[in-house]
Write a protein that binds this ligand. Structure first.
Ligand SMILES: NC(=O)c1ccc[n+]([C@@H]2O[C@H](COP(=O)([O-])OP(=O)(O)OC[C@H]3O[C@@H](n4cnc5c(N)ncnc54)[C@H](OP(=O)(O)O)[C@@H]3O)[C@@H](O)[C@H]2O)c1
Length: 257
């Protein structure tokens, strides 16, 4: 298997880094040739190229573009596509169908943050679709796990990931501010956060989302809910509505019980 890269970003470089001893490396295409040269030097394999060079990709092509650039990939890469290319992107939002069908496209989306090339991908769960056999082979080489996303469901899958990962992160940020306002020691914040989040995850896995909900809103402790709304809105006036919306969501969960 020969793997090539277009766009040397965090995910594409970590994928290559994780695969470097298992596959042959072809072209590493970057707008910045120095960056490609340094990467090739570091992994000891591959041919650094930029968009002014004359070459053709053959076999596997990882397209590492950020989502805002991915839709332009057919236009940016057309002249470099050889006769036998299978292109793979990493977006959780876009389907592999954004690539031309003669690129044998697939997508493998890692469900984890990848901040740098050294990030290990062992046991990471990938959502895969498109050319399934190839996607499975690549994830298996990475020692990751995978599941197949139904065709046309990519946007639901991605929004669900945003709700499960980024939104709780934002709520933890507000919780941290309350510890600061209340002058409660930071080390306690980290310990309580870890314990609360881990136990929430465990309870949901065991009993499902609706059955696991606890706290003053689920218990209908109206006075506490009212008084905490006041504290929330006083300290976060710009997000005051957020409190009300969560009360509504948790009340609707109560009705499902
Ligand atoms: N990072 C994560 O945690 C993570 C996790 C899961 C999925 N993903 C997905 O993985 C994909 C890549 O994300 P990333 O975080 O690796 O992005 P990134 O680090 O920002 O890298 C994107 C690369 O795209 C190339 N690029 C950017 N603008 C370009 C332009 N105008 N023309 C040509 N090339 C351009 C650049 O490569 P050169 O500088 O080499 O030209 C850049 O390094 C996205 O679809 C993202 O949603 C990311």
């Amino acid at each position: 298997m020969i793997v090539n890269v277009a766009g040397l970003g965090r995910v594409s470089s970590s994928i290559i880094y994780n695969l470097k001893d298992k596959v042959e490396i072809g072209y590493i295409l970057s707008r910045n040739k120095e960056k490609a040269k340094n990467f090739v030097k570091e992994i000891g394999k591959g041919i650094p190229v930029d968009y002014t060079d004359d070459f053709k990709f053959e076999d596997i092509l990882f397209v590492g573009y950020s989502d805002s650039v991915l839709l332009k990939a057919p236009e940016l890469l057309e002249k470099f596509i050889g006769k036998n290319v299978s292109a793979i992107h990493f977006s959780g939002y876009f389907s592999s169908k954004i690539f031309p069908s003669d690129w044998n496209p697939s997508s493998i989306h890692p469900n984890c943050p990848i901040p740098r090339k050294e990030t290990k991908l062992k046991n990471v769960i990938f959502g895969i679709e498109g050319n399934i056999e190839l996607a499975k082979n690549v994830v298996t080489l990475l020692e990751g796990r995978y599941f197949i996303i139904p065709e046309n469901s990519k946007s639901f899958y991605h929004l669900a990931a945003v709700l499960m990962s980024n939104f709780p992160h934002a709520l933890v940020f507000l919780a941290e501010r309350l510890y600061e306002i209340g002058k409660i020691e930071k080390k306690n914040f980290y310990e309580v956060m870890e314990s609360l989040l881990i136990n929430t995850v465990k309870n949901i896995k065991k009993n499902g989302t609706v059955e696991s909900i606890t706290g003053p809103i689920a218990r209908k402790d109206i006075e506490i809910v009212r008084s905490e709304r006041e504290i929330f809105c006083r300290n976060f006036p710009e997000f005051c509505q957020l409190y009300e919306i969560f009360v509504q969501i948790i009340s609707s969960m109560n009705e499902e019980k």
